[in-house]
Write a protein that binds this ligand. Structure first.
Ligand SMILES: [Zn+2]
Length: 245
């Protein structure tokens, strides 16, 4: 039987005779994959349909529990790509990599689809803020994975005014009132406020990367390290991004 979904393309891996195994994030937030058979002369339209982060309507053919279904149609509805904008393209590859790891077959989480489609639209509208959008996505992915406690109150003492000192694996965000840390190692002033900006704004207003903003730099590095650790280490797409920007 054939089923059609609204979905976002994640990754396409080459497969026998010019074909590809393509993974998608369905509109219900479930990871899906299928085989696209090779074509003798790939058209621009065919290639564009499988670019990472493209929003598509994709049809699968195959038995309900077949290991790999066949992709019979894939039509691009929206592309976040800005031609000639390298940084934005590299960030798209990072996002595709992240969501390919975090989403699961047979597990629906529609927050993932909402997050990735919002990031795609924000990238199209403002490709110059690609790195800010990546940091925004990392923050919300950690939240979706249940690994990011709310920063409003200290997870150890409940204080809601003292600056945040660190993120503990067991207690969440801990404040300077209860957690003595070397000032060199504590989170910079303004970290809670930066977390609040990430929580309250949409992807289209993701904070711009500002090298002079110590709180932003520290929070981004901390959350990125936590996420990549959870996903089993560095991703190739990230290596390419850091070599380039
Ligand atoms: Zn505290």
């Amino acid at each position: 039987m054939i089923r059609t979904y609204a979905a976002i393309v994640l990754k396409a891996v080459p497969y026998a005779e010019g074909g590809a195994v393509v993974s998608f994030l369905s509109e219900h937030g479930e990871r899906m994959a299928g085989v696209a058979k090779g074509v003798k002369k790939p058209t621009a339209k065919w290639v564009a349909a499988f670019e990472p982060l493209g929003m598509v309507r994709v049809s699968f053919f195959g038995k309900e529990h077949a290991e790999l279904k066949r992709i019979t149609r894939c039509e691009l509805a929206f592309s976040p790509l800005t031609l000639g904008h390298l940084e934005s393209s590299l960030v798209m590859a990072c996002l595709a990599d992240l969501f390919d790891r975090v989403s699961r077959e047979g597990v629906e989480d529609d927050r993932l689809y909402r997050l990735l489609s919002a990031c795609g639209r924000a990238l199209k509208a403002d490709p110059d803020n690609a790195l800010g959008i990546l940091a925004y996505a990392e923050h919300w992915l950690l939240h979706c994975m249940g690994l990011l406690p709310h920063p409003r109150v200290c997870g150890r003492c409940g204080n809601d005014t003292a600056p945040l000192a660190l993120l503990s694996p067991d207690r969440g965000w801990c404040c300077t009132a209860c957690t003595p840390v070397d000032p060199q190692e504590a989170l910079p002033a303004g970290s809670r406020e930066h977390l609040r900006r990430l929580r309250t704004g949409g992807a289209e207003v993701a904070p711009r990367v500002t090298p002079a903003d110590d709180a932003q730099q520290a929070v981004t590095a901390l959350l990125r390290a936590r996420l990549l650790q959870e996903l089993g280490g560095a991703l190739r797409s990230y290596d390419v991004l850091w070599r380039t920007v």
